[in-house]
Design a protein around this ligand. Structure first.
Ligand code: NAD
Length: 330
């Protein structure tokens, strides 16, 4: 079996690859994994270092918009797991062109090549942000899409393109929409690694607006486990929400991180709110739980403590990234 993993050198994609190559997903026990990644600022070969010697891993540096390369890689592929994306909302507010190219055109390029090659399954990794913002209750998969940022709009476009390739061409596509991931190897522009690494260096942490925006937190191991289930057993044409079941305001999250790093609220630097900042995300995960037996297994307490420890133990991984990528310091 051959699996094409796009964006496999990023935060979530590399977790999936490391897990797959170390036996976490029995269905992929003997699979060959081909990683296609452009290595943008967010891609990092160091994320694959723990499995770099695996004879089952092949890395290809390239762009998901490169139709010739993608067609070539798609031949003989049984499963595509499509993670590659421009993924940071703040960057999409500064400029959305790369988001449309990679997230929309790149996804269309992959879908067309998968169709031409007769690929057996295509898992498109989407996001809960395509739904917009919800005051009460939780989104089920048939909720209307009302994305508010250029990032989430580009993800919604790619999500709908993936759906259309199933409806129009019967390409066996599954779409996953997950909540906010956290865990080791997350690029230090995202809130948890940014706050942890700032606090480790005695720097302030920038908290948006009133800090009352609510996010559902999902450990990256649980997310990738959900993706593996969808890849193996998900019904073609179906959408599956994948959540962690832990809703926190950004202020509550901040307080936990301050406590974990022995700091107090004087380290908080309030900053002007993000434009069109979604107030609350909340996923109903009944469908994936009932149909595929998905359960998030990592408790938030353990997952967060492990994540903080990982950043404390791996300064050599994140320090150069913070210096090179103009990550805000607060
Ligand atoms: P990331 O930014 O850490 O990694 C993205 C990877 O894609 C990088 O390795 C990058 O080099 C690669 N890439 C970017 N443009 C490319 C291109 N044109 N061609 C080939 N490779 C390219 O992102 P992540 O946090 O790992 O997210 C993975 C997926 O999960 C994305 O599709 C994202 O939208 C989705 N998602 C993420 C979260 C989250 O909390 N991180 C939540 C919901 C959904």
């Amino acid at each position: 079996m051959r699996v094409l993993v796009t964006g496999g050198a990023g935060f979530i994609g590399s977790n999936y690859v490391r897990q797959a190559l170390t036996g976490a997903y029995p269905a992929l026990a003997d699979a060959e994994l081909v990683v296609l990644d452009k290595l943008t600022y967010a891609g990092n070969l160091a994320n694959l270092a723990p499995v770099a010697d695996s004879p089952r891993l092949r890395f290809v540096r390239g762009d998901v918009c490169d139709a010739t390369l993608v067609a070539d890689l798609m031949r003989g592929t049984d499963l595509v797991v499509h993670f590659a994306a421009e993924s940071h909302v703040d960057r999409s507010i500064q400029g959305a062109a790369d988001f449309v190219l990679t997230n929309v055109v790149g996804t269309q390029t992959l879908l067309q090549a998968a169709l031409d090659a007769g690929v057996g399954k295509f898992v498109h990794v989407s996001t809960d942000e395509v739904y917009g913002s919800i005051e009460h209750g939780s989104w089920s998969e048939d909720h209307v899409l009302e994305p508010n940022s250029p990032y989430s709009a580009s993800k919604a476009a790619s999500d709908l393109l993936a759906r259309s390739f199933h409806r129009t061409h019967e390409l066996p596509v599954c779409i996953t929409r997950c909540s906010n991931n956290y865990g080791p190897y997350q690029f230090p522009e995202k809130v948890i690694p940014l706050f942890v690494t700032n606090l480790m260096d005695g720097k302030k942490i920038p908290l948006y607006g009133d800090g009352l925006n609510v996010r559902d937190w999902l450990h990256v191991d649980d997310h990738c486990q959900g993706i593996a289930l969808v890849a193996e057993k998900g019904r073609p044409g179906q959408i599956y929400n994948i959540g962690g079941g832990v809703e926190l305001t950004n202020r509550e999250l901040t307080d936990r991180l301050l406590a974990a790093l022995d700091a107090d609220e004087s380290m908080i630097q309030p900053v002007i709110d993000r434009k069109a900042h979604d107030r609350r995300y909340s996923l109903d995960i009944t469908k994936i739980s009932d149909e595929l037996g998905y359960r998030p297994l990592v408790s938030f307490e353990e997952g967060l403590a492990g994540t903080v420890r990982w950043y404390q133990d791996n300064r050599h991984w994140w320090e150069p990234l913070k210096e090179s990528a103009a990550v805000p310091e607060g």
